[in-house]
Each structure stands twice: as C-alpha cells, then as structure tokens.
Design a binder for this molecule. Structure first.
Ligand code: ATP
Length: 236
C-alpha cells in the first residue's frame, strides 16, 4: 500500500477542562496537503493540539491503521510533528543549533545528514546558519521552525498558521514550502487563515465552524464552493 501517512479521526472530542471545543469530529487526513479553514475560535488549533497530545482527547485516532498514542513523546516517535503558532525557537541560539535540537534523538551521523538535507531544502537557512534565530525576520523564523520539525523526519507534519503575520511574498514562500514537503511524501496538515492561497497549494480542505465540519472536499472544488466564497473570499 501507500507508505505515506494517513490519519483517520473518528468521534474526536477535545477541549479545555469542562469546555469542549471539538465534539464528535470525524475526518480523514489523506497523503498530500490538507488545509483546515474556519473562523477564529472554530477549534482549528485545538484539533492540532489534540492530535499532537498537547491536550487530552477522546475518540479514535488511527495513523496508518494503528492507534495514535495519547502522550506527546510517543506521538513524536510515531512520526508526527507540530509546528505550533509562535514557532517556539530558541532566540539566543543559532539557526544550526535550533535545527540540531529538532534531531536531538537521532544518532549524530544521521543528524548531520539531515542537517545537510535541511540546508539543501532551505538554501536561505544555509546562508544564515550562524545567525541567532531571534534576530531573523518572522518569515525566516517560520522557515527555521518548519526545517526544525523536518529534522525529526516526520511522516505527518502539522503546521499551525505558518503564514501568520508574514509579508505577502513570505506567505507565498511558506505555502510553497508546505506544498513541496507534501509532494516529497510527508503528509501535511495545515491550519491557515489565508484561504485563497492555502486552497491554491492544498490537495484537500476542511472547513470548521464552532468545532464542527461544515464543508470538505478537494481544494479546487472548495475554492469554488458557495460556503467558502461567501464566508471567506467575499462574493465576487
Ligand atoms: P484562531 O484562529 O483564533 O486560533 P482556532 O480555530 O484555532 O482559532 P482554537 O484556538 O482552537 O480556535 O480555540 C477554540 C476555542 O477554544 C475558543 O473558544 C478559545 O477561546 C478556546 N480556547 C483555546 N485555548 C484555550 C485554553 N488554553 N483554555 C481555554 N480555552 C481555550
């Protein structure tokens, strides 16, 4: 079968304390690039956090047919990586040091190989290898965060609003990077507010509102659907 990661989410509930954000959510993340769209507060970030084990969840989550564990470190070991909003880099450390931390569980020789791969995939970062992460632009830092996540060679990469706060040109670049990662075989699940641009690079999309799915389908079809056009793209 297809060696790429696919995720089946069945009856997922998650929230904060007694406050449920997601109720009985069922969806499937197939290989390729899937984008999760929806208004603020819809539960997009909550979905990624629940899948990454950062908050408790109920319901079934299967990664290539096997139960996804509940604990973050075990989830990471299954090949699931999350680039959270805000990036969480070590600002006083260099680009190289930040990347190496992404592969700290990996034997040294393999880590060096992956670092070289990261610099091949992100040539801009090679030029900045010794720069302190905290002194980089928002877009460059987002690139470091994505490259760091790729150092763990994930099967499933989750990106929470990678384009948040970036200039339009950097938005395009980050979304293109997400597309390339998916095309190279890592399944990508991305939350994005940039609806039009995200649907242009994605294979499929889901629209969440108040913790519930209101639309889903191939990205090209979603971009033309009335739900998306009226709520997110403005009637044209
Ligand atoms: P946004 O684009 O604004 O991040 P979102 O779709 O990602 O929107 P979530 O961040 O998942 O939305 O938030 C969903 C709901 O959960 C919101 O009502 C939010 O206030 C609530 N929420 C999020 N984080 C917490 C928390 N740590 N404690 C309590 N409630 C939270």
């Amino acid at each position: 079968g297809d060696p790429r990661a696919h995720l089946q989410v069945k009856g997922l509930s998650a929230g904060y304390g007694a406050f449920l954000v997601l109720r009985d959510l069922t969806l499937e993340i197939k290989p390729g690039l899937t984008v999760i769209l929806g208004p603020n507060g819809a539960g997009k970030t909550t979905l990624l956090k629940a899948l990454a084990g950062l908050i408790a969840r109920q319901g079934e989550v299967l990664l290539n047919g096997e139960d996804l564990p509940l604990k973050t470190n075990e989830i990471v070991q299954r090949g699931v990586a999350l680039v959270a909003e805000g990036r969480q880099l070590f600002p006083q450390m260099s680009v190289t040091e930040n990347l190496e931390l992404g592969g700290w569980l990996v034997p040294k020789a393999e880590r060096a190989r992956r670092l070289e791969q990261a610099f091949n995939d992100f040539p801009k970062l090679r030029e900045r290898a010794q720069q302190l992460a905290g002194t980089m632009s928002g877009g460059e830092q987002q690139m470091v965060a994505v490259a760091r996540a790729m150092m763990s060679a994930p099967r499933l990469l989750m990106l929470d609003e990678p384009s948040l706060g970036l200039a339009p040109r950097m938005v395009d670049e980050l979304l293109a990077i997400a597309g390339r990662i998916a095309a190279a075989g890592t399944t990508v699940l991305m939350v994005e507010q940039n609806v039009k641009k995200a649907l242009a690079v994605a294979d499929r999309g889901y629209v969440l509102e108040r913790g519930t799915l209101v639309a889903s389908g191939p990205a090209k079809l979603l971009a033309r659907s009335s739900v998306i056009r009226e709520a997110y793209l403005g009637a044209e």
